[in-house]
Every structure is written in C-alpha cells, then in structure tokens.
Design a protein around this ligand. Structure first.
Ligand code: CP
Length: 340
C-alpha cells in the first residue's frame, strides 16, 4: 500500500478514507512527534489561523489534545462547550456553527451526540470540519492515534490479529478502528455480551464472538472499550461485577495470550470493570502512549487542513529504519515546513 496525499477539506470518518490516505496521515504524525519532544514545544506553522473546539459532549483527552495540538502549532484555539454556549438558549447547531465560522475560523473541531452532525456541518460551512466523535458513528482521530500506536509496536498491519472487546454496539471508536484496521490488512475480532454487539455485526467485516478467551487467543492487540451507559448500554448491561468477571481483562484471563500482546483502551477507563489496574498499568499497556501520540496525530491533521496551501507539497516525514529508530529528516524539508 502506498501513501496518498490527503487533500480533503475535512476529516469526517475513517470509512470514507482510502488505505493510502490513512497511511499518509500516519506518516505525517511522525514529523510532528519530534516537536513534542523539544524543550520548547512550539512551531509557528499555524500562526494567524483559528481553531475552534465545539464540544457538545464531555471530553478530557480529545479536547485537551486538540487544544494542545493547535497551540503547539501557534494557532489561536478557542474552546466552546454546549453548557456555556448559546445552544443552551435554544440556538441550533447550524446557527452556532455559522456564527463561529463568521469570525473567520479555519478549523471547527466538533463533538456531538448526534451521529452525522459533523457531516452536516461540513456541507454547511466553508471552513474545515473535524469529527471529534459523533454519537455511535465514528471517532476518526481516535482511530488514527490507535493505528499509529499499533504501527509503532507491530510495524505492519498485514495479518495482524486485533481484538476489540466490550460495548461494540455503542462505540464510535470501534467503528472507526474496525474500518481503519480492515483497510490496512489486519484481521479484526469483536467480542462482547450479545446485547452489546451491533445488529448484523458480521456486516462490519470482523469476526464476531461472545467468548473472551476466543478473542484473546492468538491476538496481537486487545483494545478494551468502556460501557457507554450514556448511550443506552445500561439497558443491557449485566452490572459491573458480572461484566468484569466475564469480559474484564485481568492477568488471569490473559494467561493464554500471546507474548507481547498489546493492551489498549481509548479512555476513560473504568478500572476493575473493563480491565484490572495491574493490566491497565502493566508492561504491555500502551494506553498513555495512545494519548501521547494523539497530540502529534492531531497536529498533523490541523496542519494538513489549515496550514498547507493547495499547491504545496506535504511535510516529508522522517523514515523509520528497520529497528524503528528515526533517521534524520531529509535535509531541511521537515524543519522548513514546521517552522513556517
Ligand atoms: N478517547 C476519548 O475520546 O476520550 P475523551 O472522551 O476524554 O475525549
């Protein structure tokens, strides 16, 4: 698979991207990771650009990550949440977004409980729209940071066995991860209690099981998901104790797992439910790495949407040597692009 330049106005879903576009976004993330390792973590790349985070649902990671990403690129970043915006006074999503755009906003990052809200806004607005999670539909930037984390550890997606465990039916992360992993050649298994598997789960293209041991056996990566009580999972939730006993990742349940099984979770974690604390904090957990790479991944996305002129070549990321060590970036090009 060959990376294809990302030329879209928006980032709305993983399902609509080609494998080449996904690989390109992962490659671009390499370039921005280096900025986050500097003593002064700031480049002038998006100076004069405005990014607005419009969140109609709670968030810690995604909102902070976009804010940090924008600020490290020198953009002006504004955070608006439903509880403090005029949405509370009855203003429509369209009117709120059009008013924000009227203030010469370049990128609108939106999280909304309604599936399709970012797609709707992308048709209404000229500025770029990034989907930061829409209902049970998609969470494309979470998938990109998940894919990046997996690639860092496993190098190749072809034939990789990835199991996604938990409340698949209500999970936008699962939908985006499944789409991205399948496009890149991984084998995906979804596992959870039958009522938490989507209707016609097989249509997602993944192997389906209700048995955790089956999902763990042979897996290279296990992604545990939170039970989305706020989206109605409570109606079918067996209770914390029963769920933990049947689907919780514990050292005991992982006894038969492959050596070097990667443990992931998009957060927030309910410790003792989806996984035990010793697994969450154990040697095979990369949960905080996911968060770390999320900043670089979102810097790459903001740069591609707001910072690059249409006729400008993309940032040239450093190549990875076989051992995974970064080679020096091709003379000056990465630095030049980041310093603009
Ligand atoms: N993974 C994720 O979307 O976390 P937040 O809800 O905290 O943004």
């Amino acid at each position: 698979m060959i990376p294809e330049p990302y030329r879209r106005k928006d980032l709305l879903s993983i399902r609509e991207l080609s494998a080449g576009e996904i690989l390109f976004l992962l490659d671009q993330t390499d370039s921005f990771r280096e900025v986050n390792e500097r003593d002064i973590k700031k480049v002038p790349t998006l100076r004069g650009k405005t990014v607005v985070n419009l969140f109609f649902e709670a968030s810690t990671r995604t909102r902070a990550s976009f804010e940090i990403a924008g600020k490290r690129l020198s953009a002006d970043v504004i955070n608006l949440s439903a509880s403090t915006s005029s949405a509370k006074k009855g203003e429509s999503l369209r009117d709120t977004a059009r008013n924000i755009e009227a203030m010469a906003t370049d990128v609108l990052v939106v999280r909304h409980s309604a599936s399709g809200a970012p797609h709707y806004l992308s048709r209404e607005l000229r500025c770029s729209v990034v989907n930061a999670g829409d209902g049970c539909h998609e969470h494309p930037t979470q998938a990109l940071l998940d894919l990046y984390t997996i690639r860092e550890h496993k190098k190749d997606f072809q034939g990789l066995n990835v199991s996604i465990i938990g409340d698949i039916a209500h999970s936008r992360v699962a939908r985006s991860d499944i789409a991205g992993l399948l496009k890149l050649g991984a084998n995906v298994t979804i596992c959870g209690p039958a009522p938490m598997l989507p209707a016609a789960a097989e249509c997602l293209g993944a192997r389906v099981t209700t048995r955790l041991d089956e999902a763990i056996e042979g897996a290279d990566v296990a992604i545990a998901l939170r039970i989305q009580l706020e989206r109605g999972a409570g109606a079918t939730f067996p209770g914390n104790r029963e769920y933990a006993a049947t689907y919780g990742l514990t050292r005991k349940r992982l006894k038969g797992a492959k050596r070097n099984l990667l443990i992931m979770h998009p957060g927030p974690i309910n410790r003792g439910v989806e996984m035990s604390p010793d697994v969450a904090d154990g040697p095979f957990s990369v949960i905080l790495e996911q968060v770390e790479y999320g900043v670089a991944s979102r810097m790459a996305i903001l740069y591609l949407l707001a910072g690059r002129k249409a006729d400008e070549p993309p940032v040239s990321p450093p190549r990875l040597e076989e051992g995974g060590q970064s080679e020096a970036a091709p003379a000056g090009r990465t630095e030049d692009a980041l310093a603009r």
